[in-house]
Design a protein around this ligand. Structure first.
Ligand code: ATP
Length: 353
């Protein structure tokens, strides 16, 4: 339903979008992820018609959008600072797009009630915007964006301002609302948790280009590059030479899954694949900082030689800080990345927000 072909946007010093190709199917929820400045907002602005591309085409349902103004594109926008009209009540805010389209008062009332039901604020029509909590305002902004039945809904950091627990709850609700309405969604976020919970497909951007696209599980399990791996918050990324079922790394020999790409590569070891044992078993490390993560503890390990390693430990197995342990690696949690990018240096932004 949405196609971007070779879309390029240049600002004075650099390309904010660099030959981007992207397709979004009807009813699909796509989340664009990437560090600050990677071009996410520019992508939305180009699709909305707020920013003309310097090159390439944007098509909505096969129609080239060149020269089509924002209000004729049939897209709904919900931006980070959702900017409700403070002087209007909730109903007046939600009805805004319907009024602009000249819908009858009766139809406006019916649709507003339906949408407030849908976003979990039934009967809130007469409430003043100033009396709403942040989460409630976000829901009203969503209802307002959905009211004119946009063929494509675009969200820019839709939950950016809210605290984490509220965000986690709203993401689940949003997915439910979109599924119920069959809305096609293009959302932008820098929070990978939010993107992975919301999206059917994620698009990771880097410097105006698409670094990877795939389902959340595909991207999580097989990051395309060291950049994507680091952006997702994986720190155990090292240069390696793969020969057969093992790789030479700064941590010594690490087993890799069968049929891994061979030669000079970059290796990712998921923290779950770092096994702790007695000091004489495997690579000797000193236990550093331990970070409680709810269901497990992230433990930082310092080998005598080589970069630090992060391990994921069950709560009952956490070693004491300063203790000496031996570590080994489980092949099923090792990923040989497709690129040969220099792994030791963090690339561009990082995803740990
Ligand atoms: N109007 C503009 N004039 C000049 N440069 C711009 C303009 N808008 C964006 N840029 C630049 O284009 C690049 C991409 O910006 P964009 O806002 O799309 O990134 P983003 O991924 O949305 O970042 P953030 O997560 O910080 O919002 C950045 O380098 C930015 O400085």
């Amino acid at each position: 339903m949405l196609t971007l072909e070779d879309v390029t946007v240049r600002f004075v010093r650099r390309a904010a979008l660099d030959a981007v190709d992207l397709r979004i199917a009807e009813h699909e929820i796509v989340c664009v992820l990437g560090p600050s400045g990677s071009g996410k907002s520019t992508l939305l602005r180009v699709v909305a018609g707020l920013q003309p591309p310097d090159m390439g085409r944007v098509l909505l349902e096969d129609a080239d959008q060149a020269g089509v103004p924002v209000h004729r594109r049939g897209v709904g926008l919900m931006f980070q600072d959702h900017q409700l009209f403070p002087q209007r009540d909730v109903g007046g805010n939600v009805a805004f797009g319907l009024r602009m389209r000249g819908e009858s008062r009766g139809e406006q009332r019916r649709r507003v009630a339906e949408l407030l039901d849908l976003v979990g604020l039934p009967g809130a029509e007469r409430r003043a915007v100033a009396t709403l909590s942040g989460g409630e305002q976000q829901r009203v902004a969503l209802a307002r964006a959905l009211a004119p039945r946009p063929r494509l809904l675009m969200l820019d950091e839709p939950l950016g301002q809210l605290d984490r627990s509220l965000r986690e709850r709203l993401v689940v609700e949003l997915r439910g609302v979109f599924a119920q309405l069959g809305t096609t969604v293009l959302a932008v976020t820098h929070d990978q948790g939010e993107a992975f919970a919301l999206a059917d497909r994620v698009v990771v951007m880097r410097d105006g280009r698409v670094a990877q696209t795939g389902t959340p599980v595909e991207v999580w399990q097989r990051p395309a590059s060291a950049f994507v791996a680091r952006f997702l918050g994986f720190d155990n990324v090292v240069p390696a030479t793969v020969r057969g079922d093992a790789a030479d790394t700064p941590w010594g020999k690490v087993p890799v899954p069968a049929d891994s790409p061979q030669g000079s590569r970059t290796l990712l070891v998921r923290p779950a694949g770092v096994r702790l044992g007695a000091p004489e078993d495997g690579l000797r490390c000193t236990v550093g900082a331990r970070t409680f993560r709810g269901s497990h503890v992230a433990v930082l390990l310092r080998p005598t030689d080589g970069p630090e390693v992060e391990a994921e430990c069950a709560l009952r197995d956490v070693p004491d800080e300063g203790a000496t342990v031996g570590i080994s690696f489980a092949a099923e949690d090792v990923v040989v990345l497709a690129d040969t990018e220099e792994a030791a240096a963090p690339t561009g932004g990082n995803g740990a927000n």
